[in-house]
Write a protein that binds this ligand. Structure first.
Ligand code: PLP
Length: 471
């Protein structure tokens, strides 16, 4: 069989390569697969997510290797990573410590059923993650993606209310321009029309507050002075639908994917007050902001507002393994767990790969790097330099707004033709000039790895400037 030919692994300069002992013995179709991996593979079969597939396949943007703050394309050209992959990789790419931990784990215990069975690392990791959480928010449920974390948190909210005799709380509140992933729950919560319009109306019930991207806060570094009153949208929704019908309010403390929308001063605190007053749960979706992006471990600490549930993903393994989690308050956890009779499953939810051993090993190695290299502190220290560089783009006429907080920034460019057309062209030009940055519509979302040096930041800003000047 195919696996039998995969006889050993070779460590070489931080990468791990599978080596086949005797290629001549590999049956023809398997050999073709092996050979194909070194030449350009066919573009026929991979239907890519969230991509302009036809354009990509005409003009593929492929990475073949990554190390530190650099990606490398097939020809070995270096591409600076200005978005930490997809906000996943603050400690830099291809960290040997993580690769080794995953290799060791897979060699020792490759898989454990996640229902009724477990392994030490899942418990060790949950204790480590709980230590980052505000007091009392320390019950950690593992899943595999941010989208799963969001849907899991929705279920926890519904289950919690139902047990307390408040099963009428079926509605959710979120925000325009929010991104909460792509599962049905997350799509309902997200405030992005393209993510919803193709899929009909069979979505959970969600009402959206207005977003907080307002002209009064243009070119504002950090939290805006204006717009705390936008939290009163929640008061209106409560008045309109009845607070007793609302299960939870979901917000990203800083809305990431739609361009780093930093909350106005006092906004999150007001949401907390209203939720508490009306018995509504507050959920912070920290899939991007978690693990140091704001300069603290989690945004809940940066803004000093404590939610009832926190979702996290991405940097939990420095991007090296799919993993995500929900931190739930003891109150939510105990209500659900203690309501069930002995010897009966309490929460009817979970995934085959919840707390996968390799993901737990990757996450433990990642958290050790964050701690040993004091990377959250480094993010806080580098922030001023990064934001100064980013805001220096303000003089370009094509730039219509810039926002930033910690090691996260958003740069809006004036639309050209249809919405998103300029943003799309811009990211392609940046890539061709050696810089990877994620754009959504006409906004670039800049999120450098925390291990970037000032010279890398200078280079990133230079490429952004040069490519923008060409418009
Ligand atoms: N929630 C937020 C705030 C996100 O930014 C994302 C992804 O970017 C998600 C949820 C979905 O995460 P995933 O793509 O891992 O499903």
């Amino acid at each position: 069989m195919f696996q039998e030919k995969l006889t050993f692994w070779l460590y070489d300069s931080g990468s791990i390569y599978p080596i086949w002992s005797n290629l001549a013995e590999v049956p023809a179709f398997e050999k073709d697969n092996v050979m194909a991996s070194s030449a350009s593979p066919s573009m026929e079969n991979h239907w890519m997510p969230f991509s302009a597939n036809r354009d990509f396949k005409q003009d593929p943007k492929m990475f073949s290797r990554a190390e530190g703050v650099w990606y490398y394309d097939r020809e070995g050209k270096k591409i600076l990573d200005g978005s930490s992959g997809l906000f996943t990789t603050p400690a830099g790419h291809s960290r040997r410590e993580i690769a080794e931990a995953v290799y060791k784990q897979l060699s020792e215990l490759d898989f454990t059923p996640s229902f009724l069975r477990s392994h030490d690392k899942s418990f060790e990791l949950s204790t480590k993650i709980a230590a980052f959480m505000p007091e009392g928010l320390d019950k950690i449920f593992f899943v595999n993606s941010g989208s799963e974390a969001v849907d899991t948190a929705m279920k926890m909210a519904l289950n919690y209310h139902r047990i307390r005799g408040q099963g009428n709380r079926q509605m959710f509140v979120s925000r325009e321009r929010a991104y909460h992933g792509v599962n049905f729950g997350g799509v309902a919560l997200s405030g992005m029309v393209n993510n919803r319009r193709a899929f009909g109306s069979a979505l959970p019930s969600a009402v959206h507050m207005r977003h907080t991207h307002i002209p009064e806060n243009k070119f504002q570094v950090g939290e805006g002075e204006h717009g705390a009153d936008l939290a009163e949208d929640l008061a209106r929704i409560i008045a309109n639908y009845g607070g007793e019908n609302i299960a939870a309010v979901f917000v990203e403390p800083i809305a990431g994917s739609t361009g780093t929308l930093v909350p106005p001063k006092g906004y999150l605190k007001r949401l907390r007050e209203l939720c508490t007053q009306h018995g509504i749960l507050l959920v912070f979706d920290e899939v991007i902001t978690g693990f140091g992006r704001t300069g603290r471990s989690f945004a809940t600490h940066s803004f000093n507002v404590k939610p009832d549930l926190i979702t996290m993903a991405k940097a939990i393994t420095n991007g090296a393994q799919p993993m995500a989690a929900v931190a739930a308050s003891r109150e939510i956890h105990d209500t659900i767990v203690n309501a069930a009779p002995e010897n009966v499953t309490e929460f009817f939810h979970g995934y085959t790969w919840s707390a996968h051993p390799a993901a737990c090993a990757a996450s433990l190695a990642t958290l050790k790097i964050y701690e040993d290299e004091r990377l959250f502190e480094r993010a806080a220290q580098m922030s001023a330099y990064f934001l100064e560089g980013l805001f220096s783009l303000k003089d370009l006429p094509v730039v219509t707004d810039i926002r930033g907080y910690g090691m996260m920034g958003g740069v809006d460019v004036a639309p050209m033709g249809g919405p998103g057309a300029r943003g799309y062209q811009w990211q392609k030009r940046m890539f061709e000039s050696g810089l990877h940055i994620k754009t959504t519509g006409d906004a670039a979302v800049v999120a450098p790895p925390f291990v970037m040096e000032t010279a890398h930041i200078d280079q990133m800003i230079d490429i952004m400037r040069t490519t923008l000047k060409a418009f």
